[in-house]
Structures are given as C-alpha cells and as structure tokens.
Design a protein around this ligand. Structure first.
Ligand code: IPE
Ligand code: IPE
Ligand code: MG
Length: 243
C-alpha cells in the first residue's frame, strides 16, 4: 500500500523516534547484534530523506541512552564506531538536503574521537536552516531535567533569577536544546510500550505511534504511514472537541 502524500494535511514540525529492535531483527536472521545496528543505520538515512521530502523540520532520534552504557563493552564500542562510519558515509546527504546536525545528551561522556567527529559535522552544517537532525546520545531525560534544575538553582543563588520566576518556560529554556519545539509525534518501533527515559518533558502532549516493525525494517513507507496515522489524531490539549 503506498501513501498519497498529497493527502497529508498536517505535517508535524518535529518528529522524535525511539529506534528499537535492532537486536531482535538480527537475532531472527542469525546475525550479530551489531549487524542489526548497521542495518538500522540505513533506516536513519531513509527517515531523514523522507522527512526532508515532506517538510518535517526537526527529526530527533534516540541512538544511545544513559542506560545503554550497561551493555557489553563490545556492543557499546561497535555502536560508537558505527556512529563515526555512518557520519563518514552520509554527511554529504546532510549538505545536499540543508540539514543541520545537533547532539543532545552527555556529550563529554562520549569517547574523544567520536566527539571530534561529531563536532566536525556539527560545525560544517551549523548554518543550515531548512532541517535539523538531532541525535540523542548518552541521553537520559531525568538527568537532563536534573541538570536544568541545577542550572536554575545556581542562577537563583547568584541573584540572576528569582524563585518566583521559575515556570514552564524557564525550565524548558534550561534543557539541552532550548528553542527546539516539542515533538508533535513520537514513534517507537519494535512494539515496546514505554518511554525508556526519552524526552519526558518534551513529550508531554505529543501523539504516540507505536509499531511492531523492528527499526531496521522501518523505512520511508513506514514513516509515511506514521504521518498518516498522525493526521487522523484529534489533538484536544485538555479542551473540548472542535465541531
Ligand atoms: C535499538 O535496538 C538500538 C539501541 C538501543 C542502541 P536494540 O539494540 O535495543 O534492539 P533490541 O531491543 O535488543 O531488539
Ligand atoms: C531505548 O531502547 C534506547 C534507544 C533506542 C537508544 P532500549 O532497547 O535501550 O530500551 P529498553 O531497555 O527496552 O527500555
Ligand atoms: Mg531495545
């Protein structure tokens, strides 16, 4: 079934994705987990291309959580290497499609060569304004919110801010990427019904789309299906349904 893209009335400005199921995808084929991650990297590329095609401005992908450091060192190392090789292979597409790269998470916790490679592409794409591609790396939402609380407390202590001025906006302004609009749509692959510490604050009013498809099988067509489902949602924000 192919999707009539013209029929999509609403295109979300920001779509966030929990890319899950690489390991199970590989296991079903008798492949190694890292081969599953490699195939998953192709899906990132496909989703970026599809998002650019329909005009989604921001794509955030959950690539590595603070909890993922618990995985065997061989897998962690493989994921870091894959990140670098993917950047080498696909950087040109960021330039071709006017896509800026940003990272959210504990940047300093990443191995130095990875940081340097990421920084190079971030600098080289910083001037693009059409699309933003955000990779959540060593990212955990509770840490992000705790860090925001710390930064605000320091400002209050220094007399730069008043306690009474702490509100939703000022907390949002102290998260990792202030100024990025909240995702309207959150997609999780592989059927798990949980957030796994992803964007707890930013997803407060987002629509959730959970598919059983494993991440390596999630390509353009599946992304458009998610957009189609989003178009059928009735977003009320606590109000009353419009007639
Ligand atoms: C998602 O796939 C990728 C990362 C979390 C890095 P998984 O590696 O979690 O795959 P499953 O959940 O074991 O199938
Ligand atoms: C969530 O997937 C993190 C990423 C996709 C990077 P996990 O596979 O780590 O999540 P859990 O363990 O199923 O909650
Ligand atoms: Mg998983």
């Amino acid at each position: 079934m192919s999707i009539d893209l013209q029929s999509l009335e609403k295109i979300p400005q920001h779509v966030a994705l929990i890319m899950d199921g690489n390991g199970r995808w590989a296991q079903e084929r008798g492949l190694s987990r890292i081969e599953g991650h490699q195939e998953g990297a192709q899906s990132v590329r496909a989703v970026l291309r599809a998002a650019a095609q329909v005009g989604v401005e921001y794509i955030t992908v959950y690539a590595f959580s603070t909890e993922n450091w618990k995985r065997p060192p061989k897998e962690v190392d493989g994921l870091m290497k894959l990140l670098v090789s993917s950047l080498n292979a696909y950087e040109q597409e960021l330039h071709d499609n006017n896509i800026r790269l940003q990272i959210m998470g504990q940047f300093k916790r990443l191995p130095l060569p990875v940081r340097m490679r990421l920084q190079k592409t971030m600098d080289a794409t910083a001037h693009y304004t059409d699309h933003t591609f955000i990779i959540a790396l060593s990212y955990g939402s509770r840490t992000e919110i705790a860090d925001a609380a710390k930064a605000i407390a320091e400002k209050v202590k220094a007399g730069e801010m008043k306690t009474k001025d702490i509100d939703e906006q000022s907390i949002a302004d102290h998260l990792y990427l202030p100024g990025v609009p909240d995702p309207e749509l959150m997609i999780r692959t592989s059927g798990e019904l949980r957030l796994s510490n992803f964007l707890l604050w930013q997803l407060s009013y987002s629509e959730f789309y959970i598919t059983d498809t494993y991440w390596p099988d999630f390509r353009e067509e599946q992304f458009f299906q998610a957009l189609e489902a989003f178009n059928d949602r009735d977003r009320r924000y606590g109000g009353v349904k419009k007639k």
